[in-house]
Ligand binder design. Structure first.
Ligand SMILES: CC(C)(COP(=O)(O)OP(=O)(O)OC[C@H]1O[C@@H](n2cnc3c(N)ncnc32)[C@H](O)[C@@H]1OP(=O)(O)O)[C@@H](O)C(=O)NCCC(=O)NCCS
Length: 153
C-alpha cells in the first residue's frame, strides 16, 4: 500500500471515517457512528489515509482516569492484512499510556486479534456500569455475543 500514513484524525476526516464504519455497521460488526458524533470526538481518533481516502481508523474513548475503551477499529477491505489494524491499535495504546490510563478494553467479535496484541479475555461483568450506555440502546442487548478483552499497563 503506497503513500499511506498513520496520523491523528482531523475534523475533515469525519465523513470518511463514517463511511468506513458504515461498511461494517451494516452487518453489525461495528456500531454505526454519525459524522456529527465523530466530529465531536475527533480527537479520540487515529486514521490511516492515502491521498484519496480513509483506509483505517481507531479511537480511544476515555471513561475514567484509569480506564478507556478501544472503539471503532476498522480497516477497509482493500487495505486489510497490511498491519494497519495493529498499528492503529498501538497508536491508541500509546495515547492511553501517555495519559497514564492504567487499562484499556474492547468489546469485540474477534478477541483473537486483540489477544495477539497482549489483551486478555475478561468477564464483561468486571467492566464498570457506565460503559454500558451504548449497549442499552442496542437491539442485541444483552446477548450480543461480544467478548470483553482488556490490557493493563
Ligand atoms: C480487525 C481489523 C481491524 C484487522 O485489520 P488488519 O489491518 O487487517 O489487521 P493487521 O494486518 O494489523 O493484523 C494484525 C494481526 O492480527 C491478525 N488478524 C487480523 N484480522 C484478524 C481477525 N479477524 N481475527 C483474528 N486475528 C486477526 C493478523 O493475522 C495479524 O496477525 P500476525 O501479527 O500474527 O500476523 C479488520 O479486519 C477490520 O476492520 N475488521 C472489521 C471490523 C472489526 O471487526 N473491527 C474490530 C472491532 S472490535
Amino acid at each position: 500500500m503506497h503513500n499511506a500514513e498513520i496520523r491523528a484524525a482531523i475534523p475533515s476526516d469525519a465523513a470518511g471515517i463514517h463511511l468506513l464504519l458504515d461498511v461494517y455497521a451494516i452487518d453489525d460488526q461495528l456500531l454505526p457512528r454519525s459524522t456529527e458524533e465523530i466530529v465531536e470526538n475527533i480527537r479520540d481518533f487515529y486514521v490511516v489515509s492515502d491521498s484519496r481516502s480513509i483506509l483505517g481508523c481507531c479511537s480511544l474513548k476515555i471513561y475514567t482516569a484509569e480506564l478507556a475503551e478501544i472503539r471503532s477499529l476498522a480497516v477497509s477491505s482493500e487495505a486489510i492484512g497490511h498491519g494497519y489494524g495493529k498499528v492503529l491499535l498501538e497508536k491508541c495504546e500509546e495515547d492511553a499510556e501517555r495519559l497514564m490510563i492504567k487499562s484499556i478494553f474492547a468489546l469485540t467479535y474477534i478477541p483473537d486479534f486483540f489477544t495477539k496484541s497482549g489483551f486478555k479475555i475478561v468477564d464483561k461483568g468486571t467492566l464498570p456500569h457506565k460503559i454500558w450506555k451504548d449497549c442499552f440502546n442496542c437491539p442485541k442487548f444483552p446477548d450480543c455475543g461480544e467478548t470483553a478483552v482488556k490490557k493493563s499497563f
